[in-house]
Design a protein around this ligand. Sequence first.
Ligand code: ATP
Ligand code: MG
Length: 286
Amino acid sequence: MSKLILGIDAGNHTAKIAGPYGMDSYRTAICDWFERDIVESHGADDMEFEIDGRKGFAGSIAVYEDEFGRASMFGDTKAHEDTKIRVLLAIYRYGKKYGIDITDVSLVTGQPIVSHKPTDKEAIQQMLVGTHTLHVNGETQSIHIVETGVAAEGSGAYWSSPEGGTVRIIDVGSGTVNAATIIDKRYINNASDTFNFGMETVNNKEDLASVARGIIRNTSRLKWHRNDSVYVCGGIAKDMLPFIQSHYSSAQLLQPMLQEGNAVTVADPVYANSIGFYKLAKGAFG
Ligand SMILES: Nc1ncnc2c1ncn2[C@@H]1O[C@H](COP(=O)(O)OP(=O)(O)OP(=O)(O)O)[C@@H](O)[C@H]1O
Ligand SMILES: [Mg+2]
């Protein structure tokens, strides 16, 4: 088939993929390969892989069977090898889900605002662009990444549902929170930041109120005001919204819009970055 264009948000908890056929997501836990005593059949998102020479397991299996592996990297940069594995598995899964034979791909992926710098961006591009050989669950496939753009998390989400004026976006992730300010479609660096905590790094992830307080304290330092147009996205957005609204009273969910043919789907806020990235990819590579 001709070149496929995708937006891939390779999150520390979940990868989100948007493209011309629709969306997909999978749990991004990865662990190193080990001999299993009992080889069970592969679950829906369990993947045994060998990619560019690295062997391991990904998906739910890695969440439970990581005793010989490593935990997910909840750092504030995505310029590391796990990102490559996550992105390639995302492409592989997208092809399976929609029954398409993928060879050439052009994509935009993301990086936390704080590490959205030329050196990290180039490192991600260098690692992704080229031809990769994947063995997944016994099948072999070759994927050629033609070109890669790197967008900032949170601010890239803006393009999933752009509007004029001053817009604040809070992207609550597993390892980081990205807070972005966009004024008249332009990203404002000194009113945006990445906070170095997320749902999987706080002491008690049930305590949404204290996570929200941390977000409110840090965004207030960026001089955000109580009545600003604040949009919340990420995997926990719906549950988090009321706690954000206790301070930012006009806060609402970011509702990403994905066009598929003539139909427009309003997607879950967890897909905001991936859909924004997809729109940027179409603009750059379409
Ligand atoms: N389907 C779900 N149901 C309940 N909670 C969820 C679900 N998906 C994600 N979460 C929670 O939301 C958090 C954030 O998910 P999200 O997918 O936005 O993180 P991420 O993008 O993978 O992380 P990061 O942005 O730090 O790389 C997760 O840590 C998890 O606790
Ligand atoms: Mg995220």
